[in-house]
Design a protein around this ligand. Structure first.
Ligand code: HEM
Length: 405
């Protein structure tokens, strides 16, 4: 743990929720200053931002002290305690129940399921490229990067093609950030809950459930009892929230960089073994999940700062991935970092992302399909591109696809 933390409240004005970061890019120089001057930064009364790698890893690893709390980002301003237990997402459930529930998620993304999915994903990427080749220019965000995670999750979860369009729409319109008790949710509940509720009801009526994921959840006995329909729907929704939005962001970062960096494109064409490093460096430098939120369960002193029970702690995963104590020239995008795999874009500890293997698979297949099929990926003249640094919202990425001769 570092030593020079000082906590004069409000010395550096920083709001990690600032919506400008989505459009204008993450302010890397500001994060570097925070890491240097106030590594445990007070944001407002009872709220903190952790910016250094060691502090972030410590907090993520200590789930007894730092409890995961997604209430605020899902429009529940009254806190985790006011959320009905059946609406708690996997990561908000306390141990030992969390560990048991997590096994249901892990049962969905096994290595053998990923191997089965690989061919289907390749085929899907090539179909998307076929369709894009019909047009003089395309939007790689909507027509390519966004369509892949929705397809992957639909196939993984045993849903039909209608689900692909739904998953994309919910990623787009914010539905995925709602729970039935969210202030933003419609009276009948989020659209995804209605959809999954119907799917669970259909599976319940069958003598033997046919959907592989719902079947696992119907069969599960956690802490001596079966899950209710509402609990199953909450976890299906969370799977989509966790698996579509995030992977879309990774894939968008990758295509955005490929369009804007012709030298990188050529380097990857020359040496395909660099593709996994390209994906890892993107995860490190432009972490799709820039921060995650914890709530202190007790008073705790971290890096000189005294946090009180109940305080909200924003864990700066994106900042930790740039920490100069571990990653030299961390704001640069380099394919030859020896330690790139120490990034924590997928978190660490008992909440480590169970979908990391799938996200990596999607990314590698998506990039490989473009390299296989195209001579070049060209920017469209006059188009304005999202800034390379940062976590992207829904900005288009216009491109011209140039076929091999
Ligand atoms: C690039 C894509 C992805 C990124 C960057 C990402 C990132 C993360 C991070 C940082 C966490 C830990 C959050 C915390 O500790 O608060 C996490 C947890 C989680 N992720 Fe992912 N994720 C990605 C893709 C996926 C996919 C494809 C799935 C589903 C197949 C998935 C399912 C989950 C679940 C269920 C959790 C909660 C685990 C728990 O609390 O035990 N993620 N992810």
């Amino acid at each position: 743990m570092a030593d020079e933390g000082c906590v004069d409240r409000g010395e550096i004005a920083f709001d990690p929720h600032d919506p400008r970061f989505v459009d204008d890019g993450v302010p890397f120089p500001m994060l570097a200053r925070i890491r240097q001057e106030q590594p445990v930064l007070p944001l407002a009364e009872g709220a903190w931002y952790l910016s250094r790698y060691d502090d972030v890893v410590s907090a993520l690893s200590d789930v007894e002290t730092f409890r995961s709390d997604l209430s605020a980002i899902t429009g529940v301003s009254t806190g985790l305690e006011t959320i009905p237990s059946e609406q708690l997402y996997l990561s908000e459930i306390e141990e030992p129940r969390h560990k048991e529930m997590r096994q249901l998620f892990q049962a969905v993304v096994t290595p053998s399921r990923l191997r089965e999915l690989e061919k289907a994903l390749e085929h899907h990427c090539h179909q998307l490229i076929d369709a894009m080749l019909q047009a003089p220019s395309v939007d790689l965000h909507e027509q390519y990067a966004m369509a892949i995670p929705a397809f992957a999750m639909a196939r993984l979860m045993g849903f039909g093609d209608d689900a692909i369009a739904h998953f994309m729409a919910w990623s787009w319109d914010g539905t995925l950030m709602q729970r039935p008790c969210s202030s933003t949710a419609p009276p009948g509940g989020p659209r995804s809950h209605v959809y999954f509720g119907e799917a669970v009801a259909v599976q319940r009526r069958l003598p033997v459930p046919t959907n592989p994921v719902i079947a696992v959840m119907i069969d599960a006995v956690i802490e001596g009892r079966r899950l209710s329909d509402a609990e199953i729907v909450t976890q299906l929704h969370f799977m989509i929230q966790a698996g579509v939005h995030t992977t879309r962001s990774l894939l968008v970062h990758l295509v955005n960089r490929l369009v804007q960096d012709a030298a990188l494109w050529a380097q990857l064409q020359d040496d395909r073994s660099l593709v996994p490093l390209f994906v890892e460096e993107s995860l490190r430098r432009d972490a799709p999940v820039q921060r995650t939120t914890r709530r202190c369960t007790r008073d705790v002193v971290l890096n000189g700062a005294v946090m009180r029970a109940g305080d909200c702690v924003e864990i700066g995963i994106g900042s930790a991935n740039h920490d100069e104590r571990l990653f030299a020239d961390g704001d640069d995008f380099l394919l030859d970092r020896g330690n790139v795999r120490r990034h924590i874009a997928f978190g660490t500890g008992s909440h480590f992302c169970p979908g990391a293997g799938l996200a990596r698979l999607e990314a590698r297949i998506m990039v490989a399909a473009l390299l296989d099929r195209l001579e070049r990926l060209e920017p469209v003249e006059g188009a304005i591109y999202p800034p390379l640094p940062g976590s992207l919202g829904h900005q288009p990425i216009p491109a011209r696809l140039v076929c091999r001769p």
